[in-house]
Design a protein around this ligand. Structure first.
Ligand SMILES: NC(=O)C1=CN([C@@H]2O[C@H](COP(=O)(O)OP(=O)(O)OC[C@H]3O[C@@H](n4cnc5c(N)ncnc54)[C@H](O)[C@@H]3O)[C@@H](O)[C@H]2O)C=CC1
Ligand SMILES: O=C([O-])CC(=O)C(=O)O
Length: 332
């Protein structure tokens, strides 16, 4: 029997990530090749005509799984009945800016959309915040939508996770699908800590630690980390626009694994509400290694953290606490 359609909201759907993301969702990349979807697309009135153009293209693409499209500038209409909400709407940063520089414009959007989601989304709606500063926007959304369970509100660090896998695969000249269990800790910003301490590669001789195969701790502890931290800026420099296809693809990875589960023995990185694991202060949305099963994520416990890592986990937590204060000062 055919499954009932799932309603997926994409905010900022007329923007560049939106344009890459909605066809992926309509093709089943996010929720599976047998899962019909109804797309809800929200943008602001100046983008209404462009949004309608995206809707026309979705019709023209004749996606078999796409059972309906709502394209609107009304947040209540957009949020009504949605099961998954991918929050991309906002202002992207430009060359020379840090992600927190877009704070004042974006946190106020997340405060107001929190209420629309809280009142009108389906019960148990899963929320992924993509727009920057992603962790802090997600925290504001959580705080202003107190009836949405905190475990349902997450932010995107899967792009950073995938970037780390990509760097390791290029360096070792192995398939990216053979590399796993990198970790992005903390903020989706230049203080994030891409950690390969527990990462492995599937080789013909079995699973091997990334550190052993790379055999160059100097590179892993310096250039690798900064390359992943600065990859967003490098894309902006090259394209004069921020990452879009990779952001859209990793947003699909994030929701797919959350809903359908992570493979046995594999974890992924998600920005989630901290419960104090690894002595990360609670009350922050912080990226942790997680596994997912039955639609729920769970922080991987018991990983060893050496002194080098500890300093980096603390540094990015400190930045998130400062961002939280700054966000509240922007809202007051
Ligand atoms: N977490 C991550 O890994 C990544 C996050 N980003 C962030 O994603 C966001 C979107 O990036 P792009 O698509 O490149 O930007 P864009 O400017 O092309 O599109 C953003 C869209 O949001 C719309 N928008 C603005 N205010 C809105 C509101 N209140 N409600 C609904 N829609 C609204 C705009 O009209 C525009 O169509 C940016 O904040 C960017 O920094 C980008 C790449 C990766
Ligand atoms: O760098 C930016 O501003 C866009 C982004 O978040 C990324 O590409 O990681």
């Amino acid at each position: 029997m055919a499954k009932d359609p799932v309603r997926v909201l994409v905010t900022g759907a007329a923007g560049q990530i939106g344009y890459a993301l909605v066809p992926m969702i309509a093709r089943g990349v996010m929720l599976g090749a047998d899962q019909p979807v109804i797309l809800h697309m929200l943008d602001i009135p100046p983008a209404a005509e462009a949004l309608n153009g995206v809707k026309m293209e979705l019709v023209d693409a004749a996606f078999p799984l796409l059972k309906g499209v709502v394209a609107t500038t009304d947040a209540v209409e957009a949020c009504t009945g949605v099961n998954v909400a991918v929050m991309v709407g906002g202002f992207p940063r430009k060359e020379g800016m840090e992600r927190k520089d877009v704070m004042s414009k974006n946190v106020s959007i997340y405060k107001s959309q929190a209420s629309a989601l809280e009142k009108h989304a389906a019960a148990n709606c899963k929320v992924l915040v993509v727009a920057n500063p992603a962790n802090t926007n997600a925290l504001i959304l959580k705080e202003f939508a107190p009836s949405i369970p905190e475990k349902n509100i997450t932010c995107l660090t899967r792009l950073d996770h995938n970037r780390a896998l990509g760097q390791i695969s290029e360096r070792l000249n192995v398939q990216v699908s053979d590399v796993k269990n990198v970790i992005i800790w903390g903020n989706h910003s230049s203080t994030q800590y891409p950690d390969v301490t527990h990462a492995t590669v599937n080789t013909p001789a079995g699973e091997k630690p990334v550190r052993e195969l790379i055999a160059d701790d100097q590179w892993l502890n310096t250039e690798f980390i900064t390359t992943v931290q600065q990859r967003g800026a490098a894309i902006i420099k090259a394209r004069k626009l921020s990452s879009a296809l990779s952001a859209a693809s990793s947003a699909c990875d994030h929701i797919r694994d959350w809903v359908l589960g992570t493979p046995e023995g594999t974890w992924v990185s998600m920005g989630v509400y901290s419960d104090g694991s690894y002595n990360v202060p609670s009350g922050l949305i912080y990226s942790f290694p997680v596994t997912c099963k039955n639609g729920e994520w769970c922080i991987v416990q018991g990983l060893s953290i050496d002194e080098f890592s500890r300093n980096k986990l603390d540094l990015t937590a400190k930045e998130l606490s400062e961002e939280k204060d700054l966000a509240y000062s922007c809202l007051s």
